[in-house]
Design a protein around this ligand. Structure first.
Ligand code: NAD
Length: 485
């Protein structure tokens, strides 16, 4: 792959430099600089928001018949698929994930455009009876300018998730891409152009969170905000949104638990473990970062987790093109060092390091796949998100205890229960404090299923039909009919 040395922002239909200069984008698998990206300043953010507001005011998107918007949104997804061979290596190079995972991410991003393109025609109001002499009905109107602030772990899927639904419902968008992984987002601009969207409908810019991100979330002409990232940033964005009285959706972190009962199919669970905690090197908000296992099968499960962790080949994502037992670099040395330090602290707190916990003796942000056992709910590792390839195993005796442990963090993104006893599974599903519960398959679901958190994992839902309502506001129209002449 030949890497373009300098990448620009895309504002009002043109590629432009950034008012705050440039930022280096590093390949976490080697630690070397891959390319530079334009860094947007507050004036760039203002130009992007102004362009989006102009598109909205013109009616170019919102006045369109929904089927026309649907076709454009779907075309953007097809564009991504048609360019998967260009996009996936760039994503791997900037983010560290194996090439096969990067390809899955491009396909996942395209799938959002397919799904929300399909939904565009389904956003219909209803009529409300008010007795004779009245006709009353609701219509759903786009908010106008949708601002979307994106994290580095799934830069394509996270942008696709909000951008596709926002466009399908007729909003113009300003995307603030992550500083660590901004490159692959360029293809959304190419896709928007190829699909025939008007200039200014989709603006993609990279900038520092504290500068461009803060300016975007506080901009008075932004009408709706979608944020995916950490809790402290979510709080800052919610505060900025409140000042302008605009709604926001917050998709924040998680510390999600899988409860494994003694009757669970442990052979099948091995695959859930591998995907659950080592996919994308554990940098997944809904990762299975805790396993809460029944005492009778505890030792068996710890042994299986250890064997899976040791079986993973860890190294540069570009050399890992095939689906399989492998893992790439973490996104940066800083994230890797943070995860390593949290593991060391857990061991000092009394957890048992079963395997892993150290960085690899080679350049690049590699951390060994890690398993910690004898974790107790009071330990920091049991409560705080590591956002790395680190599994914590806790044990329980009775069902009530398992639920209590699973619910014992401030987060509530997802949860899971593994058992052949459907009564037990159903009880857990209703008692787990999480926005999504998996029974006997971690990550079961898809673009169609609503996703979002309880507690500090955030509010609002992305994915599924639920997400459409983030991007529209209800207008009620009541007509008093005159007497018959
Ligand atoms: P982060 O909060 O540091 O950054 C996320 C984005 O916010 C980046 O684009 C950043 O530039 C921007 N930002 C930073 N400070 C800002 C500010 N003051 N104002 C406006 N924008 C600002 O998070 P991260 O390190 O990029 O991502 C990791 C976190 O994201 C983890 O906690 C993870 O669980 C969470 N996450 C959640 C989901 C989800 O769907 N729930 C998905 C992916 C990641």
């Amino acid at each position: 792959m030949t890497m373009k040395p300098y990448w620009q922002n895309y504002i009002d239909g043109s590629w432009t430099d950034g008012g705050s200069g440039r930022i280096d984008v590093t390949d976490p698998a080697t630690g070397t600089v891959l390319a530079q990206h334009a860094l947007a300043g507050t004036a760039d953010v203002d130009r992007a928001v102004t362009a989006a507001a102009r598109v909205h005011a013109s009616g170019a998107l919102s006045d369109m018949r929904p089927v026309e918007r649907a076709r454009m949104v779907q075309a953007m997804g097809r564009y991504l698929l048609a360019h998967i061979d260009e996009i996936a290596p760039v994503l791997t190079a900037e983010q560290g994930k194996p090439l096969w995972e990067a390809r899955l991410e491009v396909e996942g991003a395209a799938r959002y455009f397919e799904y929300y393109g399909n939904q565009a025609e389904t956003v219909e109001g209803r009529s409300i009876p008010l007795g004779s002499g009245y006709l009353d009905f609701t219509v759903y109107e786009p908010f106008g300018v949708s601002a979307q602030i994106i994290p580095w772990n799934y830069p394509l899927e996270m942008t696709a998730r909000s951008l596709s639904a926002a466009l399908a419902t007729g909003n113009a968008c300003v995307i603030k891409t992550p500083e660590l992984t901004p490159l692959s987002n360029a293809w959304f601009a190419h896709a928007a152009e190829a699909a025939g969207l008007p200039g200014g409908a989709v603006n993609i810019l990279c900038g520092l969170g504290v500068e461009a991100g803060a300016a975007l979330s506080a901009h008075p002409d932004v009408n709706q905000i979608v944020f995916t990232g950490s809790v402290p940033t979510g709080v800052a964005i919610a505060r900025a949104a409140a000042k302008n009285v605009v709604p926001c959706v917050l998709e924040l972190g998680g510390k999600s638990a899988a409860i494994v009962h003694e009757d669970a199919d442990l052979n099948a669970f091995e695959e859930d473990l591998r995907w659950g905690i080592w996919f994308n090197a554990g940098q997944v908000c809904s990762a299975m970062s805790r396993v809460v296992v029944q005492k009778d099968v505890h030792d068996d499960l710890v042994g299986r987790a250890e064997a899976i962790a040791k079986s993973l080949s860890v190294g540069p994502g570009a050399e890992r093109a095939e689906y399989g037992a492998n893992m790439g670099a973490m996104v940066s040395d800083a994230q890797r060092d943070r995860a390593e330090a949290i593991v060391a602290q857990a061991v000092r707190d009394g957890a048992r390091l079963v395997t892993g916990g150290r960085k690899l003796n080679r350049p690049g942000a590699f951390l060994e796949p890690t398993v910690l056992a004898d974790v107790t709910p009071d330990m920091t590792i049991a409560k705080e998100e590591v956002f790395g390839p680190v599994l914590s195993i806790l044990s329980f005796d009775k069902e009530d205890e398992a639920i209590e442990i699973a619910n014992s963090t401030d987060y509530g993104l997802v949860g899971g229960v593994f058992t052949r006893d459907m009564d037990r599974a159903t009880r857990a599903a209703s008692r787990l404090r999480a926005g999504q519960v998996f029974v006997n398959e971690w990550y079961a679901g898809g673009v169609e299923t609503p996703f979002g958190g309880y507690g500090k994992s955030g509010y609002g839902r992305e994915k599924g039909r639920e997400a459409l309502w983030n991007y529209v506001q209800t207008k009620n129209i009541a007509i008093r009919m005159g007497p018959q002449s």
